[in-house]
Design a protein around this ligand. Sequence first.
Ligand code: SF4
Length: 194
Amino acid sequence: MAVDQKPPARPIHFEISDALKQRPTTTQTGLGAPDYVAPTPGAIANEDNVVFATVKDLMSWARSRSPWPLGYGLACCAIEMMAASASHHDLARFGAEVFRSSPRQADVMIVAGTVTHKMAPRLRRLYEQMPEPKWVIAMGNCASSGGEFWDSYATLQGVDTVVPVDVYVPGCPPRPEALIEGILRLREKIFRGG
Ligand code: SF4
């Protein structure tokens, strides 16, 4: 065959059942695949299908896809939080890069750093100023349990003593990947209506 000739088109044998079998079984969040369940034939969306859902489920789905954090860095962990939203780790992939300066526009308080007793009432006030529903991530050992300062007279022994915590991210400091994992866990919790 001459080099400027195209080979003849080959017919593609494609069955819809093949596509169903080959569907990836991982979740969108990357937190592992659910047990494989053989898909129901005919479950592919087309113009003949109607999908039912409750408003609550739709709201939970939408909320889980854009948890806006409150920009609230207290110590060294905040540097990792900033790195998570920068280009290399790109928190925007998960809809959580819009750090708000006002608690009234935020969904998630990421407590990134050491919380002192002096700061605790301010933290609580900011939490109360966030609209419902709202969530809290304790980022790092200090925020989770006092960490390095476990016996300090000045340090709160865990931010869960002043606000309810949904996800704890361990580490000193946790890397940006760990914070992203925490946000993915939170997304799953929000998705389930938590
Ligand atoms: S956990 Fe470690 S890195 Fe984070 S604020 Fe405490 S001392 Fe700093």
